[in-house]
Write a protein that binds this ligand. Sequence first.
Ligand SMILES: [Zn+2]
Length: 181
Amino acid sequence: MNCPFCETQDSKVVDSRYVQDGIRRRRECLMCSLRFTTYEKIHTQLLSVIKRDNTKEAFSIEKLTKSISTACKKRPISLEKIEKVVVDIESNLLQNYGSEIKSSLIGQLVLNELMDLDKVSYIRFSSVYRNFEDENSFVNEIDKIKNEGSIVDKKQMELFPNDKKQTKRNGVNVNGSNKQN
Ligand SMILES: [Zn+2]
């Protein structure tokens, strides 16, 4: 994207905003420092998501936004920030991956973003994303964050939905290996 003032190719994005069927970016030229706006049309209609059960569905920006907002509920995260995460993920998908994307990849990209943004939202999303299929990996995630030295407030943890299922550390005993010689 060339600067319209000095033709320099290098610019940095200072703001991204999701607008109807496109992304509006505010850029700053690295040479002359003037700012200009670009508009990129989104072709996400062309993106398909391959789900866990191998069924395919059209990529939905609304669905992605909704799942992230749910994870960020009651957290001090502005709508703009969520929007930015969505835009970043979407452009990443468009630029670096093919037209068919595994849902697990999208989940991973969301996790990467939330890790930086907010730890509580990260854990929440992680629990939904992994669908509690593997409780140990869920506990591992929490341990990972604790070990990082981040303070995860107990009260915040209680905001978890579906907390009926206790997450026991060694609750799952997958020991079918009775050795018989
Ligand atoms: Zn310039």
